[in-house]
Design a protein around this ligand. Structure first.
Ligand SMILES: *Cc1c(COP(=O)(O)O)cnc(C)c1O
Length: 366
């Protein structure tokens, strides 16, 4: 393969972040969230690397779980959206799945096949809506739902909720959601899970029995850069190379729509990566990349397969010079803020045509 574009995924950085978060979360069990192809980093590779360090792997839906089981992963798999159809439960042959149930029809469908599912080692988490208003059983009915489904609940059942504002600088909303939830659920004998990365980092009260770690494991902060309480190692380096260089006179324009005009004679570098690789088309002029120790500004529109940068201030740029769009030289959070999005979106949208390369991890004790 000759196109010099790839996403390097540093598995040892994932381990570093996971170890740091695990220490922070003390006795809480770890759910590693590997949905959406491990946020673009490669679900099978990431899951295989960290499986021994976590208690549960979480995916969004059944198809993602099937992919991991087919790849040989044996850990319990938490299915965050539960079954999409009753057949998901009626035909399922996979072992050790944990279904997050957010609607009563899902619980009814589970009840119908309870015996077989129990034999397959399936378990239940009940998700309650405490104010996010996206998924979840009505929290007002917590006691009556637990009573009604008592025959399919047991000591492994976890009561979960999701916080809407754990990543916001003002924590009033998250704290009131948290308090409402804990008051009710602490009285029951069920286990509890309510923290994503942001809540795990910020609220010790939110950690409880299981923390659900996604973005922080992948080395990005869920908080605004100015408000970030934790330092993590970058995991994904999205990189390409300069494939063409030219000097253009003052006043000439670059790219589709001729949207950028050179204020002085300028050196323009063309890089082999574009919106078809997942780099956002709406990235504005001035969005930084890294080349030879310098930050270089994007100029003109993002094309399908190419980007153009002003490298006038780079010392002696050459065809073949490495350009990093984000990673260990330039934080994905910085790039995301500049583009008006979040690190989650940048990572998950790196498209399939970008080959992933893995830097392997060795545990010290191995
Ligand atoms: C995706 C997801 C998480 C992980 O969130 P991060 O912000 O990436 O840590 C946790 N819980 C649920 C229910 C999710 O869907």
């Amino acid at each position: 393969m000759s196109r010099p574009t790839n996403a390097t995924v540093d598995l040892s950085a994932i381990h570093f972040n996971l170890d740091k978060l695990s220490k922070l979360c003390g006795h809480s069990k770890l759910v590693a969230v590997v949905k959406a192809n491990a946020y673009g980093n490669g679900a099978v590779e990431v899951a295989k690397s960290i499986e021994h360090k976590v208690d549960v792997l979480a995916v969004a839906f059944l198809e993602e779980a099937i992919q991991l089981r087919q790849a040989g992963l044996t850990k319990p798999l938490l299915i965050l959206q539960g079954p999409h159809k009753a057949e998901d439960l009626h035909t399922c042959k996979l072992q050790n799945l944990i279904w997050v149930m957010h609607s009563t029809w899902q619980l009814d469908a589970y009840k119908e096949r309870h015996g077989e599912l129990e034999k397959l080692g399936h378990k239940l988490w009940l998700k309650f809506d405490t104010g996010m208003h996206r998924l979840g059983l009505p929290f007002e009915s917590f006691s009556s739902i637990c009573e009604r489904y008592q025959p399919i609940l047991d000591s492994d059942t976890v009561i979960m909720t999701h916080l809407a504002c754990a990543d916001e600088p003002l924590q009033g909303h998250a704290k009131s959601q948290l308090a409402t939830f804990l008051i009710q659920v602490k009285h029951s004998n069920f286990k509890i899970s309510l923290a994503n990365s942001a809540a795990s980092i910020r609220f010790d009260q939110a950690r409880q029995d299981f923390v659900r770690l996604g973005i922080a494991m992948y080395g990005a902060t869920p908080f605004q850069i100015s408000d970030n309480p934790i330092s993590l190692n970058s995991v994904m380096n999205l990189e390409s190379e300069i494939i063409a260089l030219r000097t253009i006179p003052k006043g000439d324009t670059v790219g589709y729509g001729a949207t950028w005009r050179a204020p002085t004679e300028s050196v323009i570098a063309t890089v082999a990566l574009g919106y078809a690789d997942g780099y956002p088309r709406h990235a504005p002029t001035g969005t930084p990349a890294w080349c030879n120790g310098e930050l270089i500004p994007l100029v003109g529109r993002v094309s399908m397969d190419m980007l153009t940068f002003d490298v006038t201030n780079v010392h002696n740029p050459q065809i073949g010079d490495r350009v990093q769009l984000w990673g260990d030289e330039l934080s994905i959070n910085t790039v995301a803020e500049r583009i008006g999005t979040i690190a989650y979106e940048l990572m998950t949208r790196v498209s399939e045509r970008v080959p992933r390369k893995y830097l392997s991890h060795k545990d010290e004790e191995e």
